[in-house]
Design a protein around this ligand. Structure first.
Ligand SMILES: *[C@@H]1O[C@H](CO)[C@@H](O)[C@H](O)[C@H]1NC(C)=O
Ligand SMILES: [Ca+2]
Ligand SMILES: [Ca+2]
Ligand SMILES: [Ca+2]
Ligand SMILES: [Ca+2]
Length: 642
C-alpha cells in the first residue's frame, strides 16, 4: 500500500489545476485565450454604445480611435480568461442591427525585445548562449519569453563563493549559503597565491551572473538567487556532504555539484550512509518515528507517524551533477555513486564543434549534455572569477553542470510545480543529438537517440521551458525489484543471464513505462577493470553498464554495487532482460557472480501515449458566469488522460 505518495500526487494535480492559467496563457501560441473585453464598431457612435452597454451589461471604456467608430467594452460578468469565446454575448452583438462589427479580444503574448540580448561586454564571448555556436543552448529564446530564473534559488556546492563579486552580489542569497569547512555562515573562499579556490565562484557565475550591468557576461538564469556552500576546501566527511546536500531544502530549489570520488580510473566509490540519506530525504517523504503523546493519568498512546516534508515543499530537491573528469584515465561515471544515483541529474560535456572532450567520462547514467571546453583551440566558458574578475577560461565537466542548473532554473520558473522526476522526464525530451559526435549513438525502444557520452544529447533551453509549461505531472514513482540470481555462478569469458520479467504486472507496483534501471551486482573478478558489463532491454536497447577501465586492476570485484542506466527511459519493461558479462582484457581472468538484482523504476502510465511536444490542457464543459454557454473559468482546466 502506498497511500501517501498517491495522495501527494493528487494534491499536486489539484494545485497544478488551480494555477494552470499560467500554462494556459502560454498555450495561446496555438489556442487563443479569450478575455472579458470586446471591440465593437457601431453606426451611431457613443449613443449607440451606451445603449448596448446598458442592455447587455457591458462597461463602456470609450472610443478606441478619436473618430468614435470603434469602442472598447468590458463585461464584468465574464471570466477574465477563457479557452472559448463567450457565445451568449456573441449572439447578442450579432443580432443587434446597430453593431457593424465586433471582436472578443484574445491574449497576445508580446515580449520586450530590449531585455533579450544582454548588453554585458563579454556576452559576445559567450558563444554557447549568443547563437555563435550552432546550435547553442537556446537560452536567448527562453529569455525572449520573459524567463530569467526569477524566484528560483540555486546553490553551488563547492569551494566557496565570492559573494561581493560585482557580477554576483545582487543575486547572492545568504540563506542558500553556508561554510561547512569552517562552520560559519560566510562561504567566502579562502584566498591563496594559486587561486585554487576559484571553482565555486566560477560555477556560480555560470548560473546567475548579473545581466546588463556593464560587467563581464551573464548567467543562464541571471535573475535567480545564488548561494554557495563551502565544503571542498578542507577535510570532507560523510557528515559534511550530507549537511551540504540538505542545507535549507525548503528554500533552495536546485543544488549544483561538480565533485565526487577520484577520477583516477580505478576507484569504485559512492556516497556514505548519511549522504545517501540526504539524497533520499531530498526527494522522498521520510517517516519519522511515531511520537507518543503523554496525557496525565493515561498510558502512552501512539500518535500517527510524523511525516517530515521532503525537499522543495514535497516536490523534491533538484540535484544537478557533473558526470566526471576522468576521461584521460578511462574512468567510467557508473563507478561513481554520486553521479550514477537516480536522484542526481547527471550532465556530460561536449565541445563547440560537438566532439567528446578529452576529460569526458562515458557512462549509462548520464542524462544530458551542455557545452564546455575541449582542446586548446576550442573556446571555453565565460564566467565570474576570484578577485572581482571575469574569465573566459572555465573548463571541464564542472563547467557543464552549472549551465544545466541555470537552464533548469528557467524551466522551474516557467512551471514551479515540477517534481524532481518531472524534471528528468523533461530533460530527456529537451535533449537532442544535434551535431554531437560519438560512435555509440543508438535508437532505443521508444525511438530516442541516446549515447553513453552524452545521454540524450545537447540540452535545449527553449524546448525545455516550452515542454515544462504544459507538462502533465508524472504519476507516483513505482519500483519493482527482480532478484535474478543469488547462487554463485562462474563468470566465463562471456556469459549472458536472461530473465523474463513481468515488471510486477498485476501488483500495486506494476510498471508500464520505465525511468531509471539499476543493476545491483556482487561478484568477484581477478582484474575488475577488464570486465565489461552490459544490459539489454526487452525492446532491444543495449546499454553498457561499465566499459573496460584499464587502470582498474583491483581484485575486489563489485560488492553490492549499483549500476544505473537512463537509456531505457519510457520503454515497456515486460519481457526478457539480458545481462552480459564479458572479459575484455587479460585472457586468464576468472570470477564468480554471487548476486544479481534488477531494479526497475517507472510509472503505471504509458508515457509513449502522451502527445509529443508541448501539451495542451482542455477546458471542462462548465460555466460559472451564469450563462448556459460553455466557458472555461480561469484556472479550472482539467488535464488530459485521467
Ligand atoms: C515471458 O513471460 C510471459 C508471461 O509468462 C510470456 O507470455 C512470454 O511469452 C515470455 N517471453 C519469453 C520470450 O519467454
Ligand atoms: Ca567562512
Ligand atoms: Ca554581467
Ligand atoms: Ca569519475
Ligand atoms: Ca544521476
Amino acid at each position: 500500500m502506498r497511500p501517501a505518495p498517491i495522495a501527494l500526487w493528487l494534491l499536486r494535480v489539484l494545485a497544478l489545476a488551480l494555477v494552470r492559467p499560467r500554462a494556459v496563457g502560454w498555450a495561446l501560441v496555438r489556442a487563443p485565450i479569450y478575455v472579458s473585453s470586446w471591440a465593437v464598431r457601431v453606426s451611431q457612435g457613443n449613443r449607440e454604445v451606451e445603449r448596448l452597454a446598458r442592455k447587455f451589461g457591458f462597461v463602456n471604456l470609450g472610443p478606441i480611435f478619436p473618430d468614435g467608430q470603434y469602442f472598447h467594452l468590458r463585461h464584468r460578468g465574464v471570466v477574465q480568461q477563457s479557452l472559448t469565446p463567450h457565445w451568449g454575448h456573441r449572439l447578442h452583438l450579432k443580432k443587434d442591427p446597430k453593431v457593424q462589427w465586433f471582436q472578443q479580444q484574445t491574449l497576445r503574448r508580446r515580449v520586450k525585445r530590449s531585455v533579450v540580448v544582454p548588453t554585458d561586454p563579454w556576452f559576445s564571448k559567450q558563444w554557447y548562449m549568443n547563437s555563435e555556436a550552432q546550435p547553442d543552448l537556446s537560452v536567448l529564446q527562453a529569455w525572449g519569453q520573459g524567463l530569467s530564473g526569477q524566484g528560483i534559488v540555486v546553490s553551488v556546492l563547492d569551494d566557496g563563493i565570492e559573494k561581493d563579486h560585482p557580477d554576483l552580489w545582487a543575486n547572492y542569497d545568504p540563506l542558500a549559503s553556508y561554510d561547512f569547512n569552517d562552520y560559519d555562515p560566510d562561504p567566502q573562499p579562502r584566498y591563496t597565491p594559486s587561486n585554487e579556490n576559484r571553482h565555486g565562484t566560477r560555477c556560480a557565475g555560470e548560473v546567475a551572473a548579473m545581466a546588463n550591468n556593464g560587467f563581464c557576461g551573464v548567467g543562464v538564469a541571471f535573475n535567480a538567487r545564488i548561494g554557495g556552500v563551502r565544503m571542498l576546501d578542507g577535510i570532507i566527511t560523510d557528515v559534511i556532504e550530507a549537511q551540504s546536500l540538505s542545507l535549507q531544502p525548503q528554500h533552495i530549489h536546485i543544488y549544483s555539484a561538480s565533485w565526487g570520488p577520484e577520477d583516477d580510473g580505478h576507484t569504485v566509490d559512492g556516497p556514505g550512509i548519511l549522504t545517501r540519506e540526504a539524497f533520499r530525504r531530498g526527494v522522498t517523504k521520510v517517516s519519522g518515528s511515531p511520537r507518543r503523546a503523554r496525557v496525565a493519568g493515561q498510558a502512552d498512546a501512539p500518535s500517527p507517524p510524523l511525516l517530515v516534508s521532503q525537499g522543495r515543499g514535497g516536490l523534491g530537491t533538484l540535484f544537478i551533477w557533473a558526470s566526471g573528469n576522468g576521461g584521460l584515465h578511462y574512468d567510467n561515471c557508473n563507478c561513481d555513486g554520486y553521479t550514477n544515483s537516480i536522484h542526481t541529474l547527471s550532465v556530460g560535456s561536449t565541445t563547440q564543434q560537438g566532439h567528446v572532450p578529452w576529460y569526458s567520462e562515458a557512462c549509462a547514467s548520464t542524462l544530458t549534455t551542455t557545452y564546455s571546453s575541449g582542446v586548446a583551440t576550442d573556446p571555453q566558458i565565460v564566467t565570474t572569477d576570484l578577485h572581482h574578475q571575469c574569465t573566459d577560461q572555465h573548463t571541464g565537466t564542472s563547467a557543464s553542470a552549472p549551465l544545466a542548473a541555470g537552464m533548469i532554473a528557467l524551466a522551474l520558473e516557467a512551471n514551479p510545480f515540477l517534481t524532481w522526476r518531472d524534471m528528468q522526464h523533461l530533460v530527456v525530451r529537451a535533449s537532442k543529438p544535434a551535431h554531437l559526435q560519438a560512435e555509440d549513438w543508438r535508437t532505443n525502444g521508444v525511438g530516442r537517440q541516446v549515447s553513453h557520452h552524452y545521454g540524450y544529447g545537447l540540452l535545449d533551453a527553449r524546448l525545455l521551458v516550452d515542454t515544462a509549461r504544459t507538462w502533465l505531472p508524472t504519476q507516483p514513482q513505482r519500483k519493482c525489484a527482480v532478484r535474478v540470481q543469488n547462487r554463485p555462478t562462474p563468470i566465463l569469458p562471456l556469459i549472458y543471464i536472461r530473465k523474463n520479467v513481468s515488471a510486477c504486472a498485476g501488483r500495486h507496483n506494476s510498471i508500464r513505462s520505465l525511468e531509471h534501471v539499476q543493476v545491483q551486482l556482487t561478484l568477484s573478478y581477478s582484474r575488475r577493470g577488464d570486465l565489461e558489463i552490459s544490459l539489454a532491454s526487452p525492446m532491444g536497447t543495449r546499454s553498457t553498464l561499465v566499459a573496460i577501465r584499464p587502470l582498474d586492476v583491483s581484485t575486489e570485484g563489485y560488492n553490492n554495487w549499483v549500476f544505473m542506466s537512463t537509456h531505457f527511459w519510457d520503454e515497456n519493461p515486460q519481457g526478457v532482460w539480458t545481462l552480459g558479462l564479458e572479459n575484455k582484457g587479460y585472457y586468464f581472468n576468472t570470477g564468480m557472480l554471487y548476486r544479481y538484482t534488477l531494479l526497475l523504476y517507472g510509472t503505471a502510465e504509458d508515457m509513449t501515449a502522451r502527445p509529443t511536444g508541448p501539451q495542451y490542457v482542455t477546458a471542462p464543459p462548465t460555466s460559472w458566469d451564469g450563462s448556459a454557454w460553455p466557458t472555461a473559468p480561469r484556472g479550472s482546466s482539467t488535464t488530459q488522460g485521467w
